[in-house]
Design a protein around this ligand. Structure first.
Ligand SMILES: [Zn+2]
Ligand SMILES: [Zn+2]
Length: 501
């Protein structure tokens, strides 16, 4: 793996993965290394790993190992970059104060070593996964069992900070700050082979029915100063390049003393920010992100009124907030900020009856940040995910749907009508949501009355059995080219017009 697009960041760094060994070469590091490295070379047996990234099976088999070496020396003996056989330097010591973090203890006073190539200056560091260890930054080393524990805990919705609390309680030992452990773990994942298919085994690559939702946890709170995109930016972003850049940011953290010095840092920007859509679901690696239009294009009144957040929805979000945020909100709304969490929530909930307090809470909780926009199949498997830089708009979901090879026939969303209108305006020649602009029936007075009485029946037989008639635009599973945007039962109140589901 050679990343060349970042070499113009003033760090002149090259990162390579050669036979499971990460090597980093920088002008500054190389100079100081040359001054310190002994002249003689050493010979150690070199066993190349089958893949530059760790394979999961490999990881499982080696996690049983519990005894670790106290001197961590890179295995390479010859340079992987120079032509011919160029022996590497003797190992030279980086620290004697390294720590191996494990599930049951911390092993202190570990020595870590480096080698360098006398010809090209390439620095070789310890990254020997076959010894059951993942070297994060030559100071903190995680054993692979701990890495897998953190992964599995995340998969059952337990944050790394909580895992660290648990480890400290269990072992009675003070662990490094949870952010350091998190970065060490992410460093491990960034160097692990993942496919990121984002596809359900039951629904296949092109589900005909999807559910769209927004998750407000883990949102940005201070993104007011994102620069506008270049004038020629058309909203197309390379999904693979973006996510590989994020991986490189995680890998780069292991080589620098602080995130501020990381030359691979990806700063939020409108023109280099992409959703993830599985490779077999998206039509190409170039996908849409038109978020810059949320702020850099004037909105019509209709668009401003598009999303009307119900009081209940806002209250749901309010109840997810932590105490310091609730206290701050109370102060900002001129309410008493003392007392327990439930006291604060009751005060804010009652306060929401006043327009002024409602607007304040809306601004702080809902509109300040974007959250994660997610498209799932009915089984709950995520097909597309995007971290919004700005508050949610149907355009976030339109971007993702228009990046799919086959748009689903039925889309369930809290703001279905707005989604259908926005999408049809974006592609007026195709009008993706039709018939009836995405409604199940024409919004006639008679149909609306029947719907209100619960007597309206609509049949979509192709959901059960594929439509047989020839239809070039038909969905590969249903055969139908109809596209409906529907509400779930909880959000039927959001309907302002039409006879949506
Ligand atoms: Zn070399
Ligand atoms: Zn599914």
């Amino acid at each position: 793996m050679k990343i060349s697009q970042f070499t113009d960041v003033g760090f002149s760094a090259e990162l390579h993965c050669v036979n499971s060994i990460i090597t980093v070469c920088t002008t500054t590091v190389t100079t100081s290394v040359r001054a310190r490295a002994p002249a003689a070379s050493i010979t150690l047996s070199h066993t190349p790993s089958p893949s530059p990234r760790i394979r999961s099976i490999f990881v499982r088999t080696i996690t049983r190992k519990r005894e670790y070496p106290r001197h961590l020396i890179p295995e390479e003996t010859i340079c992987q970059r120079c032509p011919g056989i160029v022996p590497l330097s003797d190992p030279f010591l980086i620290t004697t104060k390294g720590k191996i973090l494990t599930n049951c203890r911390i092993i202190e006073d570990i020595s870590t070593y480096c080698k360098h190539c006398p010809e090209c200056g390439m620095l070789y560091r310890y990254q020997e996964w076959n010894e059951g260890l993942h070297n994060y930054n030559d100071q903190i080393i995680l054993d692979l069992a701990l890495c897998l524990t953190l992964r599995n805990l995340l998969q059952v919705h337990t944050a790394v900070s909580r895992a660290v609390e648990y480890l400290e309680l269990t072992t009675g030992v003070k662990f490094p700050p949870s952010d350091t452990v998190l970065h060490g773990y992410l460093h491990f994942e960034a160097l692990t082979a993942h496919e990121y298919k984002y596809s359900c085994v039951t629904c296949g690559d092109n589900p005909p029915v999807v559910v769209m939702d927004l998750h407000k946890n883990g949102v940005f709170h201070s993104l007011n100063d994102i620069e506008g995109p270049p004038t020629n930016f058309n909203g197309e972003v390379d999904v693979e390049r973006f996510w590989e850049a994020l991986s490189m940011e995680m890998v780069g953290r292991g080589f620098v003393t602080s995130s501020r010095n990381n030359p691979f840092t990806v700063t939020p920007s409108y023109h280099f920010w992409a959703p993830w859509i599985g490779p077999t679901t998206r039509h190409s690696k170039v996908v849409l992100n038109t978020e810059f239009k949320k702020v850099h294009q004037p909105k019509t009144k209709k668009e401003v009124a598009e999303i009307c957040v119900s009081e209940g929805r806002l209250r749901d979000e309010l109840f997810k907030q932590k105490v310091p945020i609730l206290r701050k909100l109370c102060r900002e709304c001129g309410l008493d900020s003392e007392g327990s969490r439930s006291n604060l929530l009751v005060r804010l909930s009652n306060g929401m009856k006043s327009r002024e307090t409602y607007d304040k809470i809306h601004e702080k909780i809902w509109a300040a940040s974007g959250g994660w926009a997610v498209i799932m199949c009915p089984c709950g498997i995520v097909y597309s995910v995007k971290c919004n830089l700005r508050a949610e708009s149907p355009s976030d979901f339109t971007d993702m749907l228009l990046s799919w090879t086959h748009m689903p026939n039925v889309v369930l969303y809290d703001f279905a009508q707005s989604l259908a209108t926005h999408t049809n305006l974006r592609v007026p020649e195709a009008m993706p949501f039709r018939p009836h602009e995405g409604c199940l029936m024409a919004p006639t007075a008679e149909n609306i009355k029947l719907a209100q009485e619960g007597k309206l029946r609509v049949s979509l037989p192709w959901l059960e059995r594929m439509e047989v008639k020839e239809n070039a635009n038909g969905h590969p599973i249903t055969g139908s080219s109809d596209h409906y945007a529907l509400y779930d039962r909880c959000h039927e109140d959001n309907i302002k017009d039409g006879a949506g589901g």
